[in-house]
Write a protein that binds this ligand. Sequence first.
Ligand SMILES: N[C@@H](CCC(=O)N[C@@H](CS)C(=O)NCC(=O)O)C(=O)O
Length: 228
Amino acid sequence: MIRIEAQRDAENAPARAPKVGLPWPVLLHWSPKSPFVRKVAIAIAECGLDARIRRQRTVVERLNPDTAYMKRHPLGTIPMLELEDGAMLHDSAVICEYLTILRPAPVLLPTGGWARFEVLRRQALADGMLDALLLWRQERIRPQEQQSAAFHTAYALKARVALDALEAEASRWPDALDLGQIAAGSALAYLDLRFSFLAWRQGRDALAAWHDRFEARPSAVANRLALD
Ligand SMILES: N[C@@H](CCC(=O)N[C@@H](CS)C(=O)NCC(=O)O)C(=O)O
């Protein structure tokens, strides 16, 4: 197991991360509407890295890919993190793991053992639910006559079963925040923003109570989803 000393103070951190020899992140491709960006922004805040990572508003549209942006990130999605040496990191899970290497404290992702895979599994469940919701939203905004009833039925089922799975485990989540919880919190906030008709809190008391506590954290308050 790699031992890394924690560097707690963002202001005093050196230009590079000498303990791990990795380049520092300098810029986050960002939008206030994106739940995957919010996940990364909350992780950045929890790691105390807000002060050193600038944000650039990057507009991405699933059906109108930006070819210039795709030269830097082939999938054309946000979030994307630029590093000081010009390298780009994409996919929120990869970015978050990178942050945890730069800032081992607080422990958002345990370094080993089953605890690590429990957090990664929780993150995959929440991210997977969010991926399904984003696809469902694309279907919902198509002209009514082109929408598929089978699509709606299948994605409503996926959302319900994934939410039930989160509800079943939420009461056992540790008090200390982790990447899986940040992913879950961001996915639930997206439900509030775009799928309020699902009333996801109904019958899911543990998850609703947990989400209230999550949304009260300064990192969550500072990074609310917003439509502009
Ligand atoms: N698996 C990716 C998903 C990112 C994603 O789907 N981002 C959305 C915004 S929330 C996006 O960029 N959509 C535009 C597109 O798919 O072209 C991650 O975790 O970063």
